[in-house]
Structures are given as C-alpha cells and as structure tokens.
Design a protein around this ligand. Sequence first.
Ligand SMILES: Cc1cc2nc3c(=O)[nH]c(=O)nc-3n(C[C@H](O)[C@H](O)[C@H](O)COP(=O)(O)O)c2cc1C
Length: 194
Amino acid sequence: MIPRILVFAGSVKSASINAKLADAAQLTLAQLGADVTRISLLDYPMPLVDEDLKAREGIPMGAMNLGRLISANDGIFIASPEYNSSVPPLLKNVIDWVSLISEDDGRPLKPWNGRYVALGAASKGKLGGIRNLYHLRSVMMAVGTQVLTEQCAVGGAGSAFDEDGRIVDERASGMLDKTCRSLFDHCKRHGRVD
Ligand SMILES: Cc1cc2nc3c(=O)[nH]c(=O)nc-3n(C[C@H](O)[C@H](O)[C@H](O)COP(=O)(O)O)c2cc1C
C-alpha cells in the first residue's frame, strides 16, 4: 500500500519559511515513495471559528473541503510558524473548524480521527520554533490525531535552505529525514487508525 500524505504549512505569507520546510518535507516523502498532496491554506479560506455561524450556516466550504482532503489521506505533515511561543491563529483556526466537522452529506466524518501527524517548524531564531511544537502537539492530540514522537525544528531558517529547497544544516536535515521516515513508516504499516 502506498501511503497518502498531505503536506501543508501553517502560514500563507509570501516567502514563508514554513512553506519552504513543507516543500522540503514534500520532496523527502515523495522520495520515500509516498503519494504526496501539497496544499496551501490560501485555497481553503474560512472565517474565524464562530459557533453561532456554524449553527446558522454549517461548516464553511473551505473547512469542509479541507476536512474531506484530510480524511482521504493516511498522514499529514504540518510545518508551523511559532507565534509568541505557540500556535499561530491561522493554523489553530483551521484545526478548530475541521474538529467541528461530524458528518458529510449525512455520513459520519471526523477528519482528524486516527490520522498520523508529523510536526515541523521553521524560525529565524535559534530555537527553530520548538516551543510551539509542544503546544501544537497537545492540540493535535486533543482533536484525535496520532502525533508522532519525531519532529523537526529548523532554526536560522532565513538561510537554512539551498537553491534546490533542501536543508543545508546536516542536523536539521537529519531531523526532517527521520520525521518523514517515521510518518511514512507509520502510514505504510498501519494506514489510518479509525
Ligand atoms: C505575532 C508574531 C509572533 C512571533 N513570535 C515568535 C516566537 O515566539 N518565536 C519565533 O521563533 N518567531 C516568532 N515570530 C517570528 C516568526 O517566526 C517569523 O515571522 C516567521 O517567518 C514566520 O513563519 P513564516 O515565514 O512561515 O510565516 C513571530 C511572528 C509574529 C508575526
């Protein structure tokens, strides 16, 4: 079975360093043999989570489309910026909306349930956004995903990638390889954990 893995960054900034990390993860996962889908959250617009809005109008189209895509994959790689030591609002909002999905056209659907998730972060600072990764890990556990132990924090990310999009620093590059390998292996061995 070929693992299906979704890759995205928790940033839609032009020249996002986390988009670069997501690109590097996409490359690594594809080389391992995964069927990789790389998306931008720009293509899944949604308002701020609002339970009154949900009661009136249901789940926004962007969140529903993303939920369906998450559900169609075995694993997910998320490259997230760190904002004030924690999860950036764009990403938290996306996670929260998708967690509110319970059905699709009358059929039960809990997109996050049982998905393997690997986490990465890129920051220009020395810590590479690692403080956020522990907050994000906790959030992803709360929504029912299987978060892998291996993770990847890339510090000094302003100059961390070469022209081919690969991570220059051996230690950081090794961390990404290990994280992607773990995600690939878990998905291949177990598929999803519904
Ligand atoms: C509101 C805000 C808070 C931030 N807090 C942190 C932080 O706690 N740690 C850190 O390493 N960088 C922090 N940054 C800097 C981001 O790491 C930097 O903007 C990075 O480029 C964001 O990732 P992106 O390029 O993928 O969007 C912060 C940026 C913003 C806008």
